[in-house]
Design a protein around this ligand. Structure first.
Ligand code: G4P
Length: 526
């Protein structure tokens, strides 16, 4: 197949949600449709269980699952669909943000009873920043929850979306009768446990038809008519261009566990979701149809076997054809590399690939060469944009607890930071190392992995840091003066960029106000 045809068959997306909204269940149903798995229960939830017996065990379990579920590919209606897994636990939010740089669209799962939750809000914000096209799936309609219009309002307000429902529920909870498919003008009657038959799908292109009363009763039939009328009065019709620009979000209702409403969404997804999109680099826009291969690393996963400190770097192909055993340029290290066993993922099965195309993800075995954001090309020097670091939420000094193992500790810290487990800041005044994370769990992960994989020991010490802000300036002299004056708050990040570590929100504001000559940024890319 020609490159352009390969590109046209691909859809690469991520499912985002607050934990427990039904991401794993929905993923599984999608894979079942694609025939990538045969039985329910084959996709393991990678969430950290609330009642974990031991965090360490749980972290290891989670890591094992998340290698297997990092990318799940399946074929459906002649398309190759790649689902990129996004950890729902908020302590792993950075990982999810980075994974979202490798998708071309997203599906947002919302629990009908809980509505829009924190983690959904954070992740959608990241998608909005990049104008990622998003489809919304309101899940658990078999349970009592919020009214449809209230939910849409909440989605618009909290997620800043402009919505257009493409299916609409008929009742909910005990009275849930099904959904009306506005896209195809069909009524789809609900039957639990995915036991739907062809008779449950009824074409109703005229909503005044009495078939509606027959199927769902007088009261729900009338409500449905009124609501569909209201939808056409209030909400815009679907518009492909607006959806692709991230300005219009189709909404579907269903119940993942009952495999209900999922196929309706998948069929529309396959029709409308974008094919692999171009990617920005500092140098130029890279288009998928370019003949020459390019790609970037968006995730690094340490191998499960501590005796072999090798890792898997996940590469998103952005243009051209990636080929096995071919010499490519590792741009940051300015060195040639070739990959003898690049891995593709088909549900939980791994296999070696000879070729891969834009939108695909390949796993590269790595002995410590890669960092998140690294570019691989046929020779061109490119730096991909849009993989920023954000200010961590928590900060602690990391100390060496075994002076005989300082080399191992430094190596371990460096490699874990390359993997993106946490962020490292080195203080200007003392040279001390500060680890910044999104959640407290990462400190345990780091200590555990330093010990198990690197034979090093560390301990942590509290440090009064509220936020890390990246700095830029026009006047070098002014920056030098600032650096000297604020020396005790100055640090460098892993790439050597200057960072101001603020003690509190108040002091950050004061410093920002008193130094208009310096610009403070809340992410490393500005
Ligand atoms: P997550 O990956 O987003 O964290 O959610 P997950 O799919 O694990 O689903 C969270 C819980 O919600 C699960 O129940 C799951 O069975 C349930 N669920 C998913 N979709 C639906 C739905 O459409 N209707 C209803 N009523 N429940 C749904 P659990 O009790 O936490 O786990 P399990 O013991 O069932 O696996």
């Amino acid at each position: 197949m020609a490159l352009i045809d390969e590109i046209k068959t691909r859809k690469t997306f991520g499912i985002i949600s607050h934990p427990d909204a039904g991401k794993t269940t929905l993923t599984e149903k999608l894979l079942l449709f694609g025939g990538a798995i045969q039985i329910a229960g084959a996709v393991k939830s990678n969430k950290i269980k609330k009642h974990a017996t031991s965090d360490f065990m749980e972290i290891e379990r989670q890591r094992g699952i998340s290698v297997a579920t990092s990318v799940m590919a399946f074929n459906y209606r002649e398309k190759k669909i790649n689902i990129l897994d996004t950890p729902g636990h908020k302590d792993f939010a950075e990982d999810t943000y980075r994974t979202l740089t490798a998708v071309d669209s997203a599906i947002v799962v919302i629990d009908v009873a809980k509505g829009v939750e924190d983690q959904t809000e954070n992740l959608v914000k990241v998608c909005n920043r990049r104008s990622t096209p998003m489809i919304v799936f309101i899940n658990k309609m078999d349970r009592e929850g919020k009214e449809g219009f209230d939910l849409l309002e909440e989605v618009e307000e909290k997620l800043g979306m402009s919505v257009c429902p493409l299916t609409w529920p008929v009742g909910m909870g005990q009275r849930f009768k099904g959904v009306y498919n506005l896209w195809e003008q069909k009524l789809i009657l609900f039957s639990p446990h995915g036991k739907q038959s062809a008779e449950d799908i009824i074409v109703i292109d005229d909503l005044t038809s009495s078939v509606l009363e027959e199927k769902v009763g007088d009261s729900l039939a009338n409500t449905l008519r009124e609501e569909i009328q209201m939808i056409s009065d209030v909400y815009p019709a679907f518009d492909q261009e607006m959806y692709e620009e991230g300005m219009l979000n189709p909404v579907f209702f269903g119940s993942a566990i009952n495999n209900f409403g999922v196929k309706e969404m998948l069929d529309v997804f396959v029709d409308i979701a974008p094919n692999p999109l171009p990617r920005e680099t500092e140098e130029r826009l890279v288009k998928p149809e370019e003949e020459k291969f390019t790609g970037f690393v968006f995730k690094i996963h340490a191998n499960m076997d501590p005796k072999h400190r090798d890792r898997i770097a996940f590469l998103r192909i952005t243009s051209g054809t990636f080929k096995r055993n071919t010499n490519y340029l590792h741009v940051r290290q300015e060195k040639k590399m070739k990959f003898s066993n690049p891995t593709a993922f088909m549900a939980s099965k791994k296999s070696i690939v000879d070729e891969a195309f834009p939108g695909d993800i390949v796993g590269l075995y790595d002995s410590g060469n890669f960092k998140i954001g690294d570019a691989i090309t046929e020779g061109e020097v490119l730096h991909f944009k849009g993989i920023p670091s954000f200010s961590p939420e928590k900060f602690r000094y990391i100390n060496n607890a075994n002076p005989l193992k300082s080399k191992q500790l430094n190596k371990g810290i460096e490699q874990l930071m390359d993997e993106g487990v946490a962020q490292l800041f080195i203080k200007e005044d003392s040279g001390r190392k500060i680890i910044g994370t999104v959640g407290a769990l990462q400190y345990e992960v780091i200590a555990y992995r330093l010990e198990n994989e690197y034979g090093a020991a560390c301990n942590y010490e509290p440090v009064a840091v509220h936020k890390a802000t990246w700095l830029s300036w026009d006047d070098d002299e002014a920056f030098k003066a600032f650096r000297i004056r604020r020396n005790k708050n100055m640090a460098k990040d892993k790439d050597g960029a200057y960072v101001f570590l603020a003690d509190s929100a108040w002091s950050l504001n004061t410093v920002m106000e008193s130094h208009p000559e310096i610009k403070f940024h809340f992410s490393s890319e500005y």
